[in-house]
Design a protein around this ligand. Structure first.
Ligand code: GLP
Length: 242
């Protein structure tokens, strides 16, 4: 059996965050004006905390770097505390000196045009140098949900029931949870020069096992990442089923 995906197994979630932060730190040392691709979700929080600590200690500098986020709910007010722009400001942007950041606009009147505009902005910036991904329990990346075919570019996606359920823990009972999102497409993600994917916890062990068989499963978006020339999965032992 050939396993093409590169996988780093860390003992703990903390070690996973340090390992991911090392990749970002190296990237910014090598290319201070890097274009970064960023993810939301619980798993990325420890990475952002570690990068903020390193920034405060003068070990990493974002002043020449810019970022593009993978996705944003649609429609959603940017002031809504569950919007991804709010999450990013709270957990990262307001705490480091990143030169510029962009997310798909969750209030865009024409979401199709917004997708095209967003991809053009990425191209204008020179393309993404390093992107960090999480993974959905169903194998989604960004918000590209399992389907017989995938969009290349940033587009409006109907969220899978399981993704809506998984993310419902963040919404109060009286809040309307969006059922759609603007997400980078598979092509947008694949054009990134380097990809790291963070996976933590026993709850993700099943999906990690499913994509660790060296096969490309067309119904598991994340398994297409096997085809990327510079993709590393960084998992903790629990997610690795140990
Ligand atoms: C959301 C995001 C994904 C992220 C996923 C995992 O669905 N759209 O980009 O990978 O959450 O989140 P968590 O790390 O909380 O499991």
């Amino acid at each position: 059996m050939i396993i093409v995906i590169k996988k780093i197994v860390c003992d703990t979630y903390d070690e996973l965050c340090l390992t991911a932060a090392d990749v970002f730190t190296e990237q910014l040392k090598k290319k201070p004006d890097s274009v970064l691709g960023l993810a939301t979700g619980e798993t990325a929080l420890g990475l952002y905390d570690e990068l903020i600590s390193r920034y405060n200690a003068g070990k990493v500098d974002f002043s020449k770097a810019q970022s593009f986020n993978l996705d944003e709910y649609y429609p959603i007010d940017p002031e809504h505390r569950q919007s991804y722009v709010y999450y990013m400001k709270e957990n990262f942007f307001d705490k480091v000196n990143l030169a510029k950041y962009q997310l798909p606009d969750g209030m865009a009147t024409d979401p199709d045009a917004e997708g095209i505009r967003f991809d053009e902005e990425i191209d204008k910036a020179g393309g993404i140098d390093l992107i960090v991904l999480g993974i959905g329990h169903n194998g989604h990346i960004g918000f590209n949900e399992p389907a017989p075919s995938y969009y290349f570019g940033t587009h409006l996606e109907d969220l899978a029931e399981s993704s809506i359920t998984a993310n419902s823990r963040f919404f109060e009972a009286d809040e309307v949870q969006p059922t759609k999102a603007l997400t980078m497409g598979m092509g947008t993600i694949f054009k990134a020069k380097k990809i790291i994917q963070l996976v933590s916890g026993a709850g993700k062990a099943e999906i990690v096992k499913r994509v660790s068989d060296g096969m490309i499963h067309t119904d598991i978006p994340t398994s297409l990442l096997h085809l990327h020339p510079d993709m590393t999965m960084i998992v903790d032992k629990k997610a690795n089923g140990e």
